[in-house]
Design a protein around this ligand. Structure first.
Ligand SMILES: C[S@@+](CC[C@H](N)C(=O)[O-])C[C@H]1O[C@@H](n2cnc3c(N)ncnc32)[C@H](O)[C@@H]1O
Length: 421
């Protein structure tokens, strides 16, 4: 079950759903419903647990707990008729060998939740849906009001953002979307993006408006990338590579994962663009000729992507951050060595943790006096407060953006390797 895979085993919800043999046997409508239940449970888990916990004396095994959680999410947050949610869940528990002895408990608890669950949940603020360690770290960094807004965004499915190869105005009008930040087409979320016009022709690719900023800001920091030798470090599945190709750069895309570079190659084929694609460990790789620019979109906790991937809230732990910062330092050090004098290094992470953002850049700058920050400015129309431009570095929070539907949390900084110090 996807919810136990995420909560008990740290899996990604999409992967777990994709591998689920029961789901494979369902028709598209039922599959979509199963996905919606998993999403509602993960987006509202703090409130869901707060409704269930007072009704059980001792926490039941994880699988039984997941039956309670998914049925509660259906009744309280998805407006599923209580008799249907209770009846179907009790039948599932009864038929599920190890859970079967808990049928009576599940039945009794769910019947109570059917009566008063909605009112009980309404008394619990949505901020409880963010796990405690992240809630306190984000409150310390960004303030309680911002975290409350993040919790509201977590509760709703995000829009679909597309980066287009060219002519964003035309595509926004054609697909019935809006243009956001000057070049991203924003649509309401849909089930099957492959059915949208332009997919087969490779006219666009899905990419959150914030995830499109690192390549755009690299272009800004370089004063244009057309004809320049630009490396995309940690490139797969290739959203930023495709942007850089569309901007006219001569792109080399490198990633450690063979499976992911394969996806990058497929994405380039679909969008009919070309880059040199390499599989390599970038903590060791050194180019023969230094690049004019490197975009390093480093592996990170991805906590900024919780609107699109609510599972990150549960399969990321506080103890994961320090090892990630060590990897980010190694990648930054190696990338700094791969830049030609006068060239630009752009560092980005889709994390909201300060230790993965500005702290990494400050550490690199201390070790490398031949690098200095290039102040960045954001494209018009994104509605990101000036205070988010920390000394020319960019901090995007999920509630930023002009249409109330938010954007992924990102940190972005550009550094120039000075020719002479
Ligand atoms: C945030 S994702 C990159 C997303 C990508 N830039 C995009 O826009 O589509 C981080 C990537 O870092 C890669 N990675 C992790 N450790 C690496 C290493 N030591 N060397 C190279 N790539 C690495 C992962 O395989 C993953 O694809």
């Amino acid at each position: 079950m996807a919810v136990t895979d995420v909560l008990g085993r740290g899996f990604r919800v999409e992967g777990s759903l994709a591998r689920n043999p029961v789901l494979e046997g369902l028709d598209a409508r039922d599959r979509a419903f199963a996905r919606a239940i998993a999403a509602a449970t993960l987006r509202r888990l703090g409130q869901v647990n707060a409704v269930i916990d007072p009704l059980v004396q001792r926490p039941p095994p994880g699988r039984v707990q997941a039956y309670l959680q998914t049925a509660t999410a259906q009744m309280v947050f998805m407006d599923v008729a209580p008799h249907a949610a209770v009846g179907d869940t009790v039948a599932l528990v009864k038929a599920d060998g190890k859970s079967e002895p808990f049928t009576g408990l599940v039945n009794a608890v769910l019947r109570k939740i059917a009566e008063s669950g909605k009112a009980d949940a309404a008394r619990i603020p949505p901020i409880q849906n963010i796990p405690g360690w992240l809630r306190s770290e984000w409150t310390r960094l960004y303030g309680k009001a911002a975290v409350r807004r993040m919790a509201l965004l977590l509760a709703t499915a995000p829009p679909l953002d597309l980066s287009v190869k060219s002519d964003p105005e035309k595509w926004a009008a054609h697909l019935g979307g809006i243009l956001i930040g000057g070049s991203t087409v924003r649509l309401d979320a849909i089930g099957n993006i492959k059915a949208l016009d332009g997919f087969d022709d490779g006219a666009w690719w899905a990419q959150d408006v914030a995830a499109a900023l690192p390549a755009r800001l690299l272009e800004q920091a370089c004063g244009g990338v057309r004809g320049k030798r630009v490396a995309d470090y940690c490139a797969a599945p290739g959203g930023k590579t495709m942007q850089l190709c569309a901007m006219g750069a001569e792109v080399t895309s490198i990633d450690l994962s063979e499976a992911r570079t394969e996806r990058l190659t497929q994405n380039l084929a679909r969008t009919r663009m070309e880059a040199t694609v390499l599989t390599a460990d970038l903590t060791e790789h050194q180019p023969e000729t230094p690049y004019d620019a490197i975009l390093l979109d480093a592996p990170c906790s991805a906590t900024g992507t919780f609107r699109r991937h609510p599972d990150v809230l549960y399969n990321r732990k506080e103890r994961d951050i320090t090892p990630l910062t060590r990897l980010q330092d190694k990648l930054l050090k190696q990338a700094a060595n791969g830049i030609a004098p006068g060239g630009v290094l752009l560092y980005s992470v889709c994390s909201l943790q300060e230790r993965e953002g500005a702290a990494r850049v400050h550490k690199l700058l201390k070790a490398r006096p031949d690098f200095r920050r290039i102040p960045l400015s954001l494209p018009e129309g994104l509605d990101v407060p000036d205070a988010r431009l920390e000394g020319g570095m960019v901090r995007i929070l999920p509630p930023d953006g002009s249409d109330g539907r938010g954007m992924d949390g990102f940190f972005i900084a550009a550094l120039e390797r000075v020719a002479k110090i």
